[in-house]
Design a protein around this ligand. Sequence first.
Ligand code: ASP
Length: 335
Amino acid sequence: MTRLLIIYTGGTIGMTEGEGGLQPRPGWLPQQMERLRRPGLDFDVIEYPNLIDSSAIRLAHWNMIIRDIAAGYDAYDGFVVIHGTDTMAYTASALAFSLPGLGKPVILTGSQLPLSHPRSDGWGNLADALEAACQSDLHEVALAFDRLLLRGCRARKLDVEAFRGFGSPNYPPLAEFAISPRWHRQRWLKAGVPWAPRLLDESVRVAAFFLTPGISAALIGEMLADARLDGALLLGYGCGNAPDDPALLAGVAAASAAGCPVLTLTQATHGAVAVGAYAASAALARAGAIAAGDMTPEAALAKLSVLCGQEPGVWQSGLKTSLAGEMSLSWLPKK
Ligand code: ASP
């Protein structure tokens, strides 16, 4: 018998039509889930008292999920987190970094159309998530969506129209669900450190800045210098390029000197930041910015949110390592 814990946080999947449009209906989704029971599988459902649209997600919600997984860790064989799609990739990443040493599957899912809709994609997503959560050798946080199983800290929401709402542009799927699931076990994380879940420090301040032509480089520089952040992401052009705007470089240097890591990422969907490929990225690196390789913005934000709340100095070593398979080894900075 496989025992799963299903944590229902909100999102379109459990919404029904009410006055003023779709809204969560407490108690409704757990009732629907009964349809998914089968011999050999037992599950319990925790429905959060405040079902949210995932655009409202905060660090406190991530801590609730971490607490529930940690509390149920010995009693259950796997976990499914039902979540809105808008920020599912952020939550998947936050869980991946907060659950080091995970030895059981944690699978996030949701849907583009609610289960209450006759053409809902939710049934297939839920069924695939349950199937993935039953794989005892899957020791990572993953996201089940539209017949794909993606590494959580590689996933991105790429489409708001199609049922194929998610992709992981820099890492191939962990599984593909057809009539029989194709489990790509050779891509799964191998056991590493001992199981040691940890809560996030909810006071950590991490922000992302998206560079655009015009005034933005200077404004971002001013904000970096002033914002008293614990960590920052700078989404640059192409391979991580940015104009050598004096205010931007001064902001990066001031933040870095104050102990706030500034990670550079690319605005492109696929590929990585390659410092030194163009002279336009070298000045940023000299000012102290750290290349985030092929990490997604969602994973980078979650990684900083987790690392910057730990003892001083932890982020320095954490950023030089792929902690949960979030980054291809070839892009890791030299130690
Ligand atoms: N706005 C919804 C949410 O993220 C969208 C969804 O679930 O698909 O909660």
